[in-house]
Design a protein around this ligand. Structure first.
Ligand SMILES: [Mg+2]
Length: 366
C-alpha cells in the first residue's frame, strides 16, 4: 500500500511539523489524518515539554494503520505485562541522533583506545567493510561471513592495541552521546512492572553499560545488554572476548564463534550468548534467563532502522508492536518507515510517547 502525502490534504501543518516543529507551543496536541483506498494514516503533533534552550518541543508521531495498532494494543493489554518484553536497539534509538546541533556518536564510534595508530587501523577496516554491509549484490550468507571477518579483525585490534577499561571510561566521558528524554522514566516504569528490556547491539556490551552508568547514574535490574562482551585481566587490560576460541597451532587465527554482528542481532543471539555469559546480559544481576524471556511472547520493539525489525527473529511472538524513530532524511524515508513500523516518531523525538504507550499496554488490573 502507498500512503503518499498529498499537499492538498495536509498542506501547512505537515510541512511546518517537519521543518519547524520546535516552534509549536507545547500545549498543541492536534491530529491529522489522510485516507487512502485501504486504510487511514494518523499523524499527531504532541507537545512534549520545553527544550533545554527554553523553546517548546513538539513531537510528530505517524501511525500508518490506527485500526491494526488498536487491535495489537488490546491483545497485549489483555495478555498482561507478564507476557510482555521490550526489545530495543541502542544507537539512535535509546540515544539521541542530534546533540546540541552535532551528530551524536555511536557506542562503537566513541571508542578511543588510547593508541592513535590502532584507532586509524579500525577506521580503515570500517571504510573497507561498511560499504560491503550495504552492498545489495552480496548474498546474505557471504555478507554474514564478511561481517564476522570485520568484527573479528576489529576485536583483534582492540586486544593488540592494548585497550584498557579506563580507556572505555574516558571515551564515554568525552563522548557526544546522550539518552533521549524519557528513557529513565521508561526503564523505571518497566522495572516496576517486571517487564524485561533487552538492548540488542552489534557493538560492545562493556561500552553500552558504561554509557548507561555515566549518563543515567543508576542501574535497572530489568535492563539487559545482549552484545559482545570483553574479558579484562586484573590490571584492566583487554585480553579476550567471551565466546572466542583463542589462537592455536591448529587454527592459527582467532576464531569468533559467538560474535553478535549487524546480521544476527536478534533473539537467536540469546541462545548464542547465554552459554558463554554467566547469565543473560549483565552477569551481576539478571532477573530473567533466556527461557523465561522467550516465554514472553508479546513484544514492543524499538528501532531506528528498518533492519532493526529483525531483532525479534528467533522469538515466536504472538503480537508485536514496532516503534520506529526516523531521525533524519525524513521525506525520503517516510513511506518505507511508515509501512515498516506500527508507530513512527519523527525528528529525533523524545521517549515520552513510548512511555505513554507502555503504560497503556500494562494497564491490565490497575
Ligand atoms: Mg540504531
Amino acid at each position: 500500500m502507498c500512503h503518499r502525502l498529498h499537499s492538498n490534504i495536509i498542506p501547512f501543518r505537515w510541512s511546518t511539523s517537519i521543518c519547524e516543529h520546535r516552534c509549536f507551543r507545547p500545549h498543541i496536541n492536534s491530529r491529522l489524518w489522510y485516507s487512502s483506498n485501504r486504510n487511514q494514516t494518523e499523524m499527531e503533533q504532541v507537545g512534549v515539554g520545553i527544550a533545554s534552550n527554553g523553546s517548546p518541543e513538539v513531537a510528530v508521531v505517524v501511525v500508518g494503520d490506527p485500526e491494526l495498532l488498536h487491535k495489537k494494543k488490546s491483545a497485549i493489554r489483555l495478555a498482561g505485562p507478564a507476557k510482555l518484553q521490550v526489545i530495543a536497539d541502542f544507537d539512535a534509538t535509546l540515544t539521541k541522533y542530534w546533540i546540541d546541533g552535532r551528530r551524536g556518536q555511536s557506542s562503537h564510534g566513541l571508542l578511543q583506545q588510547g593508541n592513535p595508530v590502532y584507532d586509524v587501523k579500525r577506521q580503515e577496516l570500517y571504510e573497507y567493510y561498511h560499504p560491503l554491509e550495504f552492498n545489495p549484490t552480496i548474498p546474505l550468507d557471504k555478507k554474514a561471513k564478511l561481517m564476522e571477518e570485520w568484527w573479528g579483525k576489529t576485536h583483534a585490534l582492540l586486544i593488540e592495541g592494548g585497550l584498557t577499561f579506563d580507556a572505555i571510561k574516558n571515551s564515554v566521558a568525552n563522548a557526544t552521546i546522550a539518552f533521549r528524554e524519557g528513557v529513565v522514566e521508561l526503564f523505571e516504569f518497566l522495572e516496576e512492572n517486571d517487564v524485561p528490556v533487552l538492548i540488542f547491539s552489534a557493538g560492545l556490551a562493556d561500552i553500552i553499560e558504561e554509557v548507561l552508568r555515566q549518563k543515567l547514574h543508576r542501574s535497572f535490574k530489568n535492563v539487559k545488554v545482549v552484545s559482545n562482551r570483553m574479558v579484562f585481566d586484573q590490571s584492566g587490560q583487554l585480553v579476550s572476548f567471551k565466546g572466542i576460541i583463542p589462537p592455536s597451532p591448529d587454527n592459527g587465527i582467532i576464531l569468533l564463534r559467538k560474535t553478535i554482528h549487524v546480521l544476527n542481532k536478534n533473539e537467536h543471539a540469546l541462545d548464542m550468548a547465554a552459554p558463554v555469559h554467566d547469565h543473560l546480559g549483565d552477569p551481576d544481576g539478571p532477573i530473567d534467563d533466556t527461557a523465561s524471556v522467550k516465554k514472553r511472547t508479546n513484544v514492543l520493539l524499538l528501532g531506528d532502522h528498518i533492519g532493526d525489525l529483525g531483532m525479534s527473529d528467533g522469538l515466536n511472538y504472538e503480537t508485536r508492536i514496532s516503534v520506529g524513530f526516523l531521525n533524519d532524511n525524513v521525506m525520503n524515508s517516510l513511506d518505507s518507515y511508515r509501512e515498516a513500523f506500527d508507530v513512527l516518531y519523527l525528528n529525533d523525538a523524545p521517549m515520552w510517547g513510548v512511555l505513554k504507550l507502555v503504560s497503556q499496554l500494562c494497564s491490565t488490573g490497575k
